[in-house]
Unconditional design. Structure first.
Length: 262
């Protein structure tokens, strides 16, 4: 993206408000197009730090920070051209939604490497709002089930929506999923492999799983089928995250030993 403006000089609120109001009042009585353009440029420069602050709120979501800054500044420029002082109201009250809308439009048009269904996009936005509210009430991050209850949906949909940031910047197939699971590429079927090997592996795993007690099987289902975090499992079972981690290690080590001996 070609740089639009590069400086984001901090300005005090009162200074910015006063100068912006004075410039817009001058603009309302000016008829020379060249002077109007110069005044709008000054309005934009006066409020650059606001655009930068809004752009910073969207960092870490898969798009380059500098691109977000440029899009925010573009939104500020559009706001400066659309705002009319004689309509009343504050310029920033008009400009901030315009800037946010420009950034969200940029995410919608350029941010998705894989475009998810709209229902999941909307649910993802609702989850972000619900998490902030629940964290204040609970004093800790809410679980998937708690979010599902608040949002009136099921845990699987919440889990899917919480994975959407990966659609902005997909995970490498060689990346390890966590300490207990192999890389994604290792879990993909080999199109040139012997299908009987996969059948043997499944049969061996099924036999090993039958040796586990119900509590260990439930632990594995919560972790690998429901894909809950160790902290979420701990809250579900009424134990600490450390206890969950130790139990998982013990169960997985036992399964691994049985499969290697098979």
């Amino acid at each position: 993206m070609t740089p639009l403006l590069t400086a984001c000089s901090p300005t005090s609120f009162r200074t910015r408000e006063s100068r912006t109001r004075r410039l817009l009042d001058q603009l309302a009585h000016e008829h020379d197009p060249r002077v109007c353009r110069r005044i709008r440029d000054e309005v934009v420069c006066c409020n650059l730090d606001v655009a930068c602050a809004i752009a910073a709120h969207y960092r870490g979501r898969g798009l380059e920070a500098e691109d977000l800054r440029q899009v925010a500044m573009l939104g500020l420029v559009k706001a400066a051209h659309r705002f009319h002082a004689d309509a009343g109201g504050s310029f920033l009250a008009f400009a901030k939604p315009t800037i946010r809308g420009e950034i969200r439009r940029h995410f919608r048009d350029a941010g998705w490497a894989v475009r998810p269904p709209r229902r999941l996009q909307e649910l993802h936005a609702d989850i972000r709002t619900a998490v902030a509210a629940l964290e204040q009430d609970l004093g800790q991050p809410p679980s998937t089930m708690q979010l599902a209850d608040v949002l009136g949906t099921d845990a699987r949909s919440v889990a899917e929506a919480r994975e959407l940031p990966g659609c902005y910047s997909p995970t490498s197939l060689d990346a390890k999923r966590d300490e207990h699971r192999r890389a994604l590429a290792d879990e993909l079927a080999d199109p040139h492999g012997d299908p009987s090997v996969a059948v043997d592996d499944r049969l061996s795993l099924a036999a090993a799983l039958r040796t586990l007690d119900p509590s260990d099987l439930r632990l594995l289902r919560l972790r690998f089928e429901d894909e809950l975090s160790q902290a979420e499992i701990g809250r579900r079972l009424g134990v600490s995250q450390m206890q969950v981690s130790r139990r998982l290690h013990r169960v997985l080590d036992r399964l691994r030993d049985q499969l290697e001996a098979a």
